[in-house]
Design a protein around this ligand. Structure first.
Ligand SMILES: C[S@@+](CC[C@H](N)C(=O)[O-])C[C@H]1O[C@@H](n2cnc3c(N)ncnc32)[C@H](O)[C@@H]1O
Length: 248
């Protein structure tokens, strides 16, 4: 089921009208930011974010994604894992010790790891925006753990990432449909989830998890307009970004 209630307003958040679950409710237009401007905003540069999740345990990718990531990579001679919005990159580093020497581990984050911790095989740690970065290879596993909440063109990133998977690769990401908005601020949650499902993604509204198995070309019927950094807290309780689109 798609959540019908948007996240509660945070400091500076605007009221979105009496019936935010409707696809047609008219609301004031928020000022929309380009990706570079969004990436300089306080919502993205929020230093209270949890950037320290490890591979397993209480504060972990296994718990947040509900997936045994090493089991997915097992049996591959040179498994490749791409972690988008990787924070400190702890999950990749902890996985390194259990993976073959030929494993490829790629972490991409706007800020990058703040604390260097050498491991083998050494992850490739790229400081870049996932909104513009593109890999030069495909991956058996692509994760984005609580990272899309801070990305402007979330749907564009998901479509691009679908093409970065190997034939039997797995993409797993947290996704809040309520963050997908029309030009006037009305929700596009249902349309976004429908389009993602039609393209092969599975979505669990209970856990806010999107998954996709196997590389494919994805074209979603949305044109990105810009991001609202004042959308307020999302289901995680942290301030998140609103991503605005027109229908194609
Ligand atoms: C809530 S943290 C999650 C970090 C990590 N996945 C974890 O669970 O420990 C979100 C991360 O997204 C990163 N981020 C936000 N916008 C980004 C962008 N456009 N490109 C790359 N990373 C971004 C932030 O720097 C932050 O490290």
């Amino acid at each position: 089921m798609i959540p019908a209630t948007p996240p509660g307003p945070g400091p500076g958040a605007r009221t979105r009208g009496p019936d935010p679950g409707s696809e047609n409710d008219a609301m004031p237009k928020p000022p929309l930011l380009s990706s570079p401007d969004l990436e300089r905003s306080s919502v993205v540069a929020n230093n209270t974010m949890n950037r320290e999740r490890g591979l397993t345990g209480v504060n972990s990718y296994a718990r947040e994604l509900g997936i045994d990531l090493l089991a997915h990579l097992a049996g591959r001679p040179a498994p490749a894992w791409l972690d988008l919005c990787s924070g400190e990159g702890r999950a990749l580093r902890e996985a390194a010790a259990s993976l073959p020497a030929g494993a490829v581990l790629t972490a991409v984050d706007l800020v990058g790891p703040l604390v260097p911790r050498p491991v083998q095989p050494a992850p490739e740690e790229i400081t870049a925006s996932v909104s513009s970065w593109t890999p030069i290879r495909t991956y058996d596993l692509i994760t984005c753990v609580h990272g899309l909440h801070y990305v402007g063109d979330q749907l564009g990133l998901l479509a691009r990432a679908a093409s970065w998977l190997t034939e039997d690769g797995l993409l797993a990401a947290h996704f809040d449909p309520d963050s997908i908005r029309r030009a006037d601020g009305a929700t596009a949650a249902k349309a976004a989830v429908s389009a993602l499902r039609a393209s092969g993604f599975a979505y669990s509204s209970r856990h806010h998890r999107l998954t996709l198995r196997g590389r494919r070309a994805v074209s979603l019927p949305f044109r990105y307009l810009g991001a609202d950094p004042a959308a307020g807290p999302n289901y995680t309780g942290q301030p998140a970004v609103g991503s605005h689109y027109t229908a194609l």
